[in-house]
Structure formats: C-alpha cells, structure tokens
Design a protein around this ligand. Structure first.
Ligand code: C5P
Length: 193
C-alpha cells in the first residue's frame, strides 16, 4: 500500500459531554476509535496507521488496537492540529499519500478511504469528501437576528478522511500558524487546489 492514515483521537470530548475522550466512547458496544481503525485497516491501499491518543491513554489505546492491525500510537496535543502534527511526525518512510481521518467519524467505510486515496493517486494535491448541505442556513447578527438566507447550493459539509500528497501535508503543517479545524484548510492557505 502507498497510503498512511493519521487518526486524531486525542480530543477530550467536551462538546459531547461528560464521560471521557470522545474517541473512546462506545458505539454499539465498542469504542468509536475501534470502529474507525477497523474500517481503515480494511482498505487495501493502507500500509500504515498512526493514532494520536489522549496523552494519559497511550498505553491503553495501544492494547485496544493491537488485535486489529499494526498501529503506531503517539500522544496527541491540546489542539487537533497538534495531534495531527504529532501523528504526521511518526509516519514511517514509504507512503506517498497521507489521509487524515477523525476517530469520531467511526463508520466511514473502507470504500471511502479507497476513493479518497485514488483521487490523490490520480494527481490531486488534496481531496476532501463532502455532502451537500440539506438544511436551510441563515446568517445571523447580534442578538441572533437574521441577516439573510445563505445560498446552500454552493455549500458542502466536510467529512473525513481528507487526502493529501505527503509533501503537501508536511509543508502545510510546517508553515501552519493559526489553528484550523481541518487539514484541508491549512492546505488551502498554501494555495493548492
Ligand atoms: O473536536 P473535533 O470534532 O474537532 O475533533 C475531531 C477529531 O480530532 C476527534 O477524533 C478528536 O479526538 C480529535 N482531536 C485530537 N486532538 C485534540 C482535539 C481533537 O486528536 N486536541
């Protein structure tokens, strides 16, 4: 395989509410991270998986994932971007394509991993999976007063895995200043299509 997948899983789960790190919360009897890694490992192009775990859970996550696939586990950081950077630094030499996949997106199928990887292999520097926005979206001002209705036909909700040529993602992270919620945002700022 020519693909390495980074799995940021170090979030504290604050928005989700009490009960510990989101990636380790259960869905159908298993941690979301287990669901996510099992599906990533089932994609034939994937030759390396690097998980960024909550720093206090690195050993536990290693034991949790060892039965599924050979997985490298590193300690994540305070921000998602730091967790991705830590995982990126641990990728072995070899893979030319790097995917970044949120552990919280536990049910993304192996076929999505393959199609994102295939688009990068076909020549794109950066590729993201998206869905059309189906809800009506309002722009609001102070006091939640509606300013207008956004044209949703041009909007897309962004998912993961996001795929990159390795050199492109490495350069984006090396020059990253402000913290963004997704890796494609860093790459956009570098001017890549
Ligand atoms: O909080 P958010 O939905 O942006 O988190 C997306 C993914 O990034 C989750 O899988 C979460 O565990 C991970 N994350 C991380 N390190 C952080 C914050 C979030 O690995 N410091």
């Amino acid at each position: 395989g020519d693909v390495a997948v980074l799995v940021p899983a170090a979030g504290a789960g604050v928005r989700l509410g009490g009960g510990g790190p989101k990636a380790l919360r259960h869905l159908g009897g298993e941690p979301m991270l287990v669901h996510a890694v099992r599906r990533v490992a089932a994609a034939p192009s994937v030759s390396a998986i690097v998980v960024a775990a909550p720093p206090s859970e690195v050993d536990a996550v290693r034991s949790l994932l060892a039965p599924l696939a050979p997985v490298i586990v590193v300690a994540g950081g305070a921000e998602r971007q730091e967790s991705v950077a830590a995982a990126l630094a641990a990728v072995p030499e070899g893979p030319d394509i790097i995917l970044v996949h949120d552990a919280a997106r536990a049910l993304a199928p192996p076929s999505l991993v393959e199609s994102v990887a295939a688009a990068v292999r076909a020549g794109s520097a950066a590729v993201i999976p998206v869905l059309p926005v189906v809800d009506t979206v309002k722009e609001v001002g102070a006091d939640e007063v509606v300013l207008g209705t956004v044209d949703r036909s041009a909007l897309r909700a962004v998912q993961t895995p996001q795929g990159f040529r390795r050199s492109v993602l490495a350069a984006a992270h090396a020059s990253a200043a402000d913290s963004l919620t997704d890796d494609a945002g860093l790459v956009e700022k570098q001017g890549y299509r």
